[in-house]
Design a protein around this ligand. Structure first.
Ligand SMILES: Cc1cc2nc3c(=O)[nH]c(=O)nc-3n(C[C@H](O)[C@H](O)[C@H](O)COP(=O)(O)O)c2cc1C
Length: 226
């Protein structure tokens, strides 16, 4: 009888120890992004973005200029700018545009070369101003074009300058075929204590001119009322 009792006690101990151990391991490996799928559409929200339209005039655009712009009511917007403005207007959020202190060239070839050089140098281009009252925001949409399979380096400057601990980050942007590349992981690395939302929206430059409904449908799916 004693033996049986001892055996039951040992088995129970093993069950409890291994059971608890697994549970602890699961909790420890839960990164912030896994717990951040919950978006609160009623929280105070900011849309931060960088965008580089390669022209300001709607007439006689080259293919490259056309690729990087959306024209609405004869107004020229960058692709990501259009996305940012659509998001902000739809959900009633504030915006902060990351504007480089040294403007980028609009000539496509020169821009491409400069962006590559900045990436090679691991540069931190400076931008104008600061976000007013960043602490007040709970949810931050961050938008950018894919440049050379990454975020433009000025996004690194921004993300290193602004701590977003505890805030929910929702990434979005536009691209020419590469989608997000690895940028969502990079943002999480730069903001380890933010709750990174993994299902952001990247729209191809080919679809952005008529992309409004894709954006509003996505927002609706996140819980934002239409
Ligand atoms: C310097 C530069 C590098 C780019 N590199 C890529 C790339 O690696 N992959 C990609 O899919 N698109 C790339 N593109 C295309 C842009 O992501 C695309 O045109 C985007 O919609 C531009 O957005 P914007 O008008 O908001 O700046 C690049 C564009 C530029 C100007």
């Amino acid at each position: 009888m004693k033996r049986i009792l001892l055996l039951i006690t040992v088995l129970l101990a093993i069950f409890i120890i291994t059971g608890c151990g697994d549970n602890k391991a699961a909790k420890a490996s839960q990164t912030p992004q896994q717990t951040a799928q919950q978006i609160n559409p009623n929280s105070k929200t900011l849309v931060v973005y960088f965008s580089m339209p390669e022209t300001t005039t709607p007439e006689n655009m080259t293919q490259e200029e056309d690729n990087s712009t959306v024209v609405k009511n004869n107004k020229v917007l960058g692709n990501t700018q259009f996305m940012a403005e659509t998001i902000a207007n739809t959900i009633g959020a504030d915006t902060f545009r990351i504007v480089p202190i040294n403007p980028y060239p609009t000539d496509h070839k020169v821009l491409i070369a400069q962006a590559k050089e900045e990436q090679n140098q691991n540069a931190r281009p400076k931008y104008e101003g600061t976000v007013p009252n960043l602490a007040d925001y709970d949810t931050i949409f961050i938008g950018y074009p894919n440049w050379w399979g990454d975020m433009p380096m000025i996004l690194y400057t921004f993300l290193e300058n602004n701590k977003m601990d505890g805030k929910t980050i929702i990434p979005f942007g536009t691209h020419g075929g590469s989608g997000f590349s690895n940028t969502v992981n990079t943002i999480q690395q730069l903001q380890p204590n933010a709750k990174m939302f993994r299902n952001g929206l990247m729209i191809s430059r080919n679809d952005i001119q008529n992309g409004e409904s894709a954006i509003t449908n996505w927002l609706e799916g996140l819980g934002y009322a239409k």
